[in-house]
Write a protein that binds this ligand. Structure first.
Ligand SMILES: Cc1ncc(C[n+]2csc(CCOP(=O)(O)OP(=O)(O)O)c2C)c(N)n1
Ligand code: SF4
Length: 305
């Protein structure tokens, strides 16, 4: 599918509160083209809910239910049950949450909703930190990254939440990027066609938090895929299927670019390059990444996910 073939209707209007170049807003615009008007968003505390705009104004042409930080998936479960009671089973109930609200504080409510088989789509736009409250670390923040609570670089690696979601045995999971809108669109459409819980994780390069110029969001997303920092895939019927360049990286047909090419454009990793290169940290980051691809290859070879 070509980008010009995406539906022309815009359900995200101008006037939202996101920063220029906001990856959540760009992704939301594409997702709404897939979802259409019969959609209700459930949003916990995060940038995205601020981006909607201040009540009574809204930049969205669909309803948004704002819930407590820890309760997005529980709120969605209630909404799905209420709609079902009214006979409305064709409404898309979609959680749109940051990584703080997903990897950390909302994890129990997400796990519970998935375990109960709730028919909803949960989207995590993962900007790898708590950006709305001033860039604090989350369990999705990668090793070595600066945040206001990891001044010298995070000492721990990130939690593998996609693996935790797959371990729930849910019917559909995918990773996506605002830099590949056609792929994101198709993954949202696929999620809409499947009953039960669906989880989509969007890697969201955030200019103020990652410290890069705001016109470089899409370039950063493409570099994430080119270096293998983001693996684009779908998980369906307990199988992993890789997409776009991630497929040829997995199959060894494309050599990923060195991770440094991605890191050195982000101010949050600036301390790894100056005043002098931190070879130990850089090699650890590359080695961790290589290991995660080796694991993916094994999983695909053995038909495991
Ligand atoms: C229980 C609770 N703790 C803390 C907060 C403050 N808070 C509001 S938004 C936010 C950060 C959200 O981070 P994330 O989910 O990663 O989304 P992002 O801001 O990055 O878009 C925090 C800590 C809150 N609203 N409720
Ligand atoms: S801080 Fe990042 S995620 Fe939040 S509105 Fe700005 S660009 Fe978007």
């Amino acid at each position: 599918m070509a980008i010009k073939n995406l539906p022309a209707e815009e359900l995200l209007r101008p006037g939202g509160g996101g920063c220029p170049g906001c990856p959540s807003t760009i992704s939301m615009r594409v997702a709404l083209k897939a979802l259409g008007k019969n959609t209700i968003f459930v949003m916990p505390a995060a940038c995205a809910v601020v981006c909607v705009g201040g009540y009574p104004k809204s930049s969205f042409d669909v309803s948004v239910m704002s819930v407590l930080f820890e309760a997005a998936a529980a709120g969605a479960s209630g909404l799905v049950a209420g709609l079902k009671r009214q006979g409305k089973t064709d409404t898309n109930v979609v959680v749109w949450a940051g990584d703080g609200g997903t990897y950390d504080i909302g994890l129990q409510s997400l796990s519970g909703a998935v375990e109960r088989g709730t028919d909803f789509i949960y989207v995590c736009y993962n900007n790898e930190m708590y950006s709305n409250t001033g860039i604090q670390r989350s369990s999705a923040t990668p090793y070595g990254a600066w945040t206001t609570t990891t001044w010298t670089g995070k000492a721990e690696g990130k939690k593998d939440l996609p693996a935790i979601m797959r371990a729930h045995g849910l019917p559909y999971m995918a990773t996506a990027s605002p830099s590949y809108p056609e792929d994101l669109y198709q993954k949202v459409r696929k999620a809409m066609s499947i009953r039960g819980p669906k989880y989509i994780e969007i890697l969201a390069p955030c200019p103020p938090g990652w410290r890069f110029p705001m016109d470089k969001t899409l370039e950063m997303g493409r570099l994430a895929v080119d270096t293998g920092a983001l693996a684009l895939y779908e998980y369906e019927n307990e199988q992993l299927h890789f997409n776009l360049k991630s497929k040829s990286i997995l199959e060894g047909k494309t050599q990923p670019k060195p991770i440094e090419e991605y890191l050195k454009l982000q101010g949050r990793f600036g301390h790894l390059f100056k005043p002098e290169r931190n070879e130990q940290a850089l090699s650890r980051i590359q080695a961790d990444l290589d290991r995660s691809w080796a694991k993916f290859r094994k999983q695909v070879e053995c038909g495991l996910a």
